[in-house]
Design a protein around this ligand. Structure first.
Ligand code: SAM
Length: 320
């Protein structure tokens, strides 16, 4: 009889702050569950299909370090993009390496390859945790599942991202999820695009099996708990989006300053700083917001003063 107890306080990693995130990935909302899953499953080998900027992958790596799990990790991606994620250049992998290599390269490898080619590097039954997050068309995700399912071990757990995106014609993960989830012990988190958790292995780790039974018996509670923790991650991501806006505002203000003969004022923060330490960055963004608003106000006051004086021959001194 499976235990129906789950106490998150026994897994403090679930409350950890993020160490890395990008501006747009919907996966950030699942970071707390990724941390928990590593703590519960302690996989020997973790493979991710579809890494892009590294949001999900770095969350798993962060969880591995935080829980001292003895896991070997492999991120597989062409790092070229596709028609859904968008096509991108080498700078994406370069920027991921800058964060990933110093922290995680002792146990983690970034494999730049097509999924089908990379599958030949993994023995059958060798992967304890597989995350499928590549192209989301039904035919593509089904192909990835069918190619990689035999690689999964008897302790296996398979994750699918974007199970809840049903309103896009080119997305069909939900359809595969509808087929697979009744055949296995399964759980879906509908927030963050939807994350499906499929326990495929007959000898899956007991803590995972117990958690799954608890979650299925307390579905609303567990979903709400992880959605709430996921919202906390979104708050940090909002500061990245804010920085994006602030950079655009600085550009507009710089143009204005140039028009009136002033030196451009420089932004104090850039988004790259935020990706690698989102909590500290959120505080810096608050300060930067104040700076931009004050700068904007100063320029407006100066302009208003100019208009009042209406004396083009003798303009006031512009603010420093
Ligand atoms: C949805 S994104 C991954 C998102 C990422 N997991 C995150 O946390 O934001 C999909 C990625 O899969 C890659 N991809 C899609 N199909 C692929 C294939 N057949 N082989 C290699 N890479 C592929 C794309 O290059 C893209 O970077």
């Amino acid at each position: 009889m499976a235990s129906l107890d789950f106490n998150p306080l026994e897994h403090p990693v679930v409350f950890a702050g993020p160490q890395f995130m990008s501006i747009y990935s919907a996966w950030v909302e699942h970071f707390p569950f990724a941390f928990l899953l590593i703590d519960l499953a302690r996989p020997r080998v973790f493979v991710e299909l579809g890494t892009h900027q590294g949001d999900s992958y770095c969350a798993f790596c962060q969880g591995i370090v935080a829980t001292a799990s003895q896991t070997k990790c492999f991120a597989v991606d062409s790092w070229a993009g596709d028609d859904q994620a968008g096509f991108y250049g080498d700078e994406v992998l370069k920027s991921l390496r800058e964060h990933h290599d110093p922290l995680y390269s002792r146990f983690s490898t970034l494999v730049r390859a097509n999924f089908d080619d990379a599958s030949k590097q993994f023995a059958d039954g060798s992967i304890d945790l597989l995350h499928i997050d590549g192209h989301h068309a039904y035919e593509s995700v089904k192909h990835d599942w069918e190619t990689w399912r035999r690689k999964v071990s008897d302790r296996g757990i398979v994750l699918f991202h974007d199970t809840a995106t049903r309103d896009r014609e080119d997305f069909g993960v939900w359809k595969l999820w509808d087929e697979l989830s009744p055949q296995h012990l399964s759980l879906e988190f509908p927030h963050g695009g939807g994350l499906g958790v499929l326990v495929t292995g007959a000898n899956a780790p007991q803590p995972v099996v117990q958690f799954m039974h608890f979650a299925r018996a307390n579905l609303a509670l567990v979903r709400n708990f992880f959605e709430t923790l996921g919202n906390r991650m979104l708050t940090f991501q909002v500061s990245l989006k804010m920085c994006d806006r602030l950079e655009a505002t600085w550009q507009a203000l710089a143009h204005w300053r140039q028009q009136v003969g002033m030196q451009p004022a420089l932004p104090a923060i850039t988004m790259a700083q935020g990706m690698t330490n989102p909590p500290a960055f959120a505080r810096m963004t608050a300060e930067e917001t104040r700076r931009v608003i004050e700068e904007d106000l100063r320029l407006r006051q100066w302009l208003a003063q100019q208009q009042r004086q209406q004396s083009p021959q003798q303009p006031s001194k512009p603010p420093a």
